[in-house]
Design a protein around this ligand. Structure first.
Ligand SMILES: [Zn+2]
Length: 439
């Protein structure tokens, strides 16, 4: 048994009083965050001016200072109405944001450059706050400090039983608003049986697509949810309707509410769909290989960007990372320079150029003709297990005429052993062994 962190998310049905309280807490959280950021900036300014004795505030020192400031002459009269954890958690968020910024600047943090924390604006930043302390989940309600007992839209009986049994512990609650609905995400520590291996020892390559949601190296195509495509059509219509209404009019406000509600619904469908896919992948495959897409680079192209953002690549990776641990599989991220789309999965010839519009991969060397995404998925699987590439291309090739005569990639032939794949650097393998990442 191991302890894993997990979030349980429920939609809330607050009454009018609770709705006001939630809004007040979100406002307080934003206010405290900005208050702390202002002091952070003042301290940095003083140090830049040459006074190196000025300490940079920490979440703890900010909280101490806040507690004496809030009651003083410049303080805020509303402080007794909000839970004292809210500013405390806002200062912690700020501290994390500052740390991420410094680490990123020093080159100690992977991923895109992290910008300096910005002030939160009402209406522009997301309404949310975090509570700690006495949080109780009931069958159809949740009790939160200060806010009270709020009805849930769903039944939480299953979790209540586990909390009472002691195998799940609630540590915090994050409240957030999407359009006109409030949600609670309970951070929990749960006991979970983590298998060392899920018995599956195969390797599957996953190519996240533009047209299909994902193409797997075994030939399975996971289509994007139809509800999402239809939803996007309605989204365009609602958004046009909104922009046609006169600014400041009551009609425009109503159109804006309708639009926001619909956006929240689409996000929910997408999340749900991704969860199903990642759970299924992590449960049934030993090794899952995905591409290290430089998402930001791709987002330059607007139409592609929409589809990619819609298929939620970042979220897909995040879910796979923890679910592969839960279900005893392994997530492998291919080197970002590995040309999975341009390489022939049978003879390993690399094309110099491949247009995005070319939906089929045609190899001029060995004659392979295959769906472009499937070819990429097979290459990804082969990136971890070189032998997979050869066998998968053999069985899945549409035209089987030159099956036996086509040149085979050289390299280890140990597919399906469940042993950590050795980056051999052979065809289809990583260029540098240290680029091999297991998350
Ligand atoms: Zn070829």
């Amino acid at each position: 048994m191991a302890m894993v962190r997990q979030a349980l998310r429920f939609a809330l049905q607050p009454n009018c009083r609770q709705r006001r309280s939630l809004a007040r807490h979100a406002g307080a959280s934003r206010f405290a965050y900005n208050w702390g950021l202002e002091r952070e900036r003042a301290a940095l300014e003083a140090r830049r001016a040459g006074d190196s004795t000025v300490p940079l505030p920490s979440a703890m020192s900010q909280h101490r200072e806040w507690n004496s400031w809030k009651k003083g002459p410049d303080g805020v009269p509303w402080w007794p109405e909000v839970s004292k954890c809210v500013p405390q958690e806002a200062f912690r968020d700020l501290e994390r944001g500052m740390r991420a910024f410094w680490e990123s600047r020093a080159g100690k943090r992977p991923g895109p450059q992290v910008h300096f924390p910005r002030f939160k604006k009402k209406g522009r930043s997301r309404d949310s706050f975090r509570l700690t302390g006495a949080i109780h989940l009931h069958r159809r309600a949740v009790t939160l400090p200060r806010v009270g007992t709020v009805h849930l839209s769903e039944d939480a009986t299953r979790w209540v039983a586990r909390i009472e049994g002691g195998s799940v512990r609630v540590t915090a609650a994050t409240l957030s608003r999407e359009a006109d609905r409030w949600f609670v995400a309970l951070a929990v520590e749960a006991e979970r049986e983590i298998p060392t291996s899920n018995l599956a020892s195969d390797t599957i390559g996953v190519d996240l697509g533009v047209l299909a949601l994902a193409t797997l190296s075994n030939g399975t195509i996971v289509p994007g949810p139809k509800a999402l495509r239809q939803g996007l059509r309605r989204l365009r219509r609602l958004s046009r309707a909104h922009s046609r209404k006169r600014r400041g009019s009551r009609n425009r406000a109503r159109a804006a509410r309708r639009l926001a509600r619909h956006q929240a619904r689409i996000a929910a469908i997408r999340r749900d769909h991704l969860h199903k896919l990642t759970t299924q992948l992590a449960k049934t495959h030993g090794w899952i290989v995905v591409e290290d897409l430089n998402v930001r680079g791709l987002l330059g192209n607007r139409r592609l960007a929409r589809s990619l953002a819609d298929s939620g690549f970042g979220e897909f990776r995040r879910q796979l990372a923890y679910k592969s641990q839960w279900y005893g599989s392994h997530l492998v991220v291919a080197d970002r320079w590995f040309p999975s789309s341009k390489t022939c999965s049978r003879c390993a010839t690399v094309k110099l150029e491949l247009q995005l519009s070319e939906r089929r991969y045609h190899c001029s060397n060995c004659g392979l003709d295959m769906d472009r995404d499937l070819n990429a998925a097979i290459n990804l699987a082969g990136w971890a297990h070189p032998a997979v590439t050869a066998s998968a291309a053999e069985t899945l090739t549409a035209c089987g005429a030159d099956r036996k005569t086509g040149p085979r990639p050289a390299g280890g032939c140990e597919s399906g052993t469940g042993i950590a794949p050795e980056p051999t650097g052979s065809i289809g393998g990583p260029q540098t062994p240290d680029a091999f990442v297991t998350v």
